[in-house]
Design a binder for this molecule. Structure first.
Ligand code: NAP
Ligand code: MG
Length: 505
């Protein structure tokens, strides 16, 4: 490897990115790039500078996007396309995205503060997700059913799996491109049409995704992208009676509001929501490995990850050493510009978010917590916040009950496996959990009793498009990855045909 000097470690924006941002970015509706009379400024959270602007959708443009998705679905060309042809188009999209990987990672870096190396991995994961989606198109199958009714009627029956129609997809600002692709890939595989709304803080990579999908040959109207404010464009979208399903990733509070809004039309909703995930370290675990994994997973993305392991529980004999190692790892985190390849944690996404995070830490200290490290905002421009470790908290404190979505973790000692099951499950959330031990019986007990959609053992944040992901309790409804996701994006139709001349039962 050639040693890099400091300048070479800082990525320069691709000319295509600079050029793309010189224009107010339009929405993608059908095959058209659509402007609006209102625009939304886009800010780089690392510099607090305006880096561009996007068209802002009000209810009329949302209605137009839903019309585009509705018409495209109802015309039938997309839904009746052979699975092989659909699969080929999805693969074409995957390889086009792969060719534009650097540009997409850079957009998430300057728009959402995603460290460039992390963003590159996330685009590579998005490509894998699309490839997986291409692979499942031909495996979405129904059943044939042997007659079972008591009169002995003769019939042939099929249970056919059909797409739902128009899916409204609303996504958050953390890891913007990956979130958007996770939703879109599933919609494409299942032959639905979509209206995607990115978060107002991070609209860029989703709009670029819409452009690339058209360029790859995905038919116009299949994926429509509207940039807008949640309470206006998002609300109009999920209330539209022509929407057949709402698929949401974001906070639990917004998830609840969306369920209420969609209930007017009884529109089915799937939800990937927040978490307060426990990370459990037993006394026999390798503390160097566990502490380093703990730091990587709570501080990368500055804690702005739904699975962030924000409550750590460590067996009493090991807790002091663990806190020391975790704090040392926290101090080694390179907080800085997302465009610097050395950076492991970028800024929080906005001034509002940093204010929230600082408020949680200050509140915990007022409640009696002790600061092992961190606890301060960065100096100068950018919404940076230092990786923070708190000890001496109790389960009832707000810091252990609400999702902080920042680089902040509490460490609590426990004595027995029974006790830690109770502590870990004492939350309204149930997204994920981590267990660190080589004690087989403890692993069996914990994986059985932890109330979480995913339990990782001696690893954390290990994702794969084939694995179902979603939440227990108030962390969500449904599983939007793996084959389990097909159930959420399709409905079944039963066709029973009489044989032997019988026409009714
Ligand atoms: P958020 O505030 O809930 O927003 C998510 C999306 O919903 C944004 O596009 C937002 O638009 C939109 N929205 C807001 N109010 C709406 C309404 N009334 N109707 C329709 N749409 C509305 O979440 P966030 O703060 O962006 O993201 C952080 C949250 O996402 C955390 O809680 C995190 O745990 C969760 N998350 C979960 C997963 C998972 O898979 N389980 C993954 C990632 C993140 P605006 O941007 O305009 O507000
Ligand atoms: Mg931004």
């Amino acid at each position: 490897m050639v040693a890099q000097n400091a300048e070479e470690r800082v990525v320069s924006l691709e000319p295509t990115v600079i050029d793309w941002l010189t224009k107010v970015r339009p929405m993608i509706i059908g095959d058209a790039s659509v402007d609006s009379d209102r625009t939304l400024d886009v800010e780089d959270p690392a510099t607090e500078q305006r880096i561009g602007a996007v068209a802002l959708a009000g209810p009329e443009l949302v209605e137009r996007a839903v019309t585009s998705a509705r018409d495209t679905f109802d015309q039938g060309g997309w839904r009746w396309m052979s699975s092989a042809a659909r699969s080929r188009l999805i693969l074409a999209a995957a390889s086009l995205i792969e060719r534009h990987a650097e540009e997409l990672a850079q957009l998430d870096a300057i728009d959402g503060g995603v460290p460039i190396e992390y963003g590159r991995m996330s685009v590579a994961d998005a490509v894998l997700t699309l490839e997986y989606a291409a692979g499942i198109t031909a495996r979405i199958a129904g059943q044939t059913v042997v007659p079972a009714n008591h009169r002995g009627d003769l019939f042939q029956a099929q249970v056919i799996r059909e797409p739902l129609g128009v899916v409204a997809q609303v996504v958050p600002w953390n890891l913007p491109f990956g979130m958007a692709v996770e939703k879109v890939a599933l919609g494409l595989a299942t032959a639905n049409t979509m209206v995607l709304k990115p978060a107002e803080q991070t609209p860029l990579s989703a709009l670029r995704l819409g452009e690339l999908l058209l360029e790859a040959g995905i038919p116009p109207g299949v994926v429509n992208v509207v940039s807008g404010i949640g309470s206006e464009a998002g609300d109009a979208l999920v209330r539209d009676a022509r929407v057949d399903k709402v698929s949401f990733t974001g906070s639990t509070a917004t998830g609840k509001a969306i369920v209420v809004a969609a209930s007017g039309n009884l529109t089915p909703v799937s939800l990937e929501l927040g978490g307060k995930s426990p990370f459990i370290v037993l006394g026999d675990a390798d503390l160097d490995v566990a502490a380093s994994a703990a730091a990587d997973n709570i501080f990368t993305l500055s804690g702005q990850a739904c699975t962030a392991p924000s409550r750590m529980f460590v067996q009493r004999a090991a807790v002091e050493e663990f806190v020391e190692k975790l704090s040392a790892a926290a101090r080694r985190v390179v907080v800085g510009s997302p465009l610097d390849t050395r950076t492991t944690a970028g800024p929080l996404v906005s001034a509002v978010q940093r204010h929230r995070v600082a408020g949680y830490v200050d509140g915990a200290l007022e409640d009696g917590a002790t600061l092992a490290c961190g606890g301060a905002s960065g100096e100068g421009a950018g919404y940076f916040y230092a990786p923070t470790v708190l000890t001496g908290t109790t389960p009832r404190m707000t810091i252990n009950r609400e999702e902080v979505f920042g680089p902040v973790v509490t460490v609590t000692p426990f004595d027995t496996v029974d006790e830690v099951v109770g502590l870990a499950n004492d939350t309204t959330y149930g997204l994920a959990a981590g267990v660190w031990t080589n004690d087989l019986s403890a692993v069996q007990r914990l994986t059985r009793d932890l109330q979480a959609g995913t339990v990782w053992v001696n690893t954390y944040n290990l994702f794969d498009p084939a694995l179902p992901f979603g939440g227990y309790k108030q962390s969500g409804w449904g599983r939007e990855t793996g084959m389990a996701a097909v159930d959420l994006y399709t409905q079944t139709k039963t066709v029973a045909a009489a044989t032997n001349g019988r026409t009714s039962s």
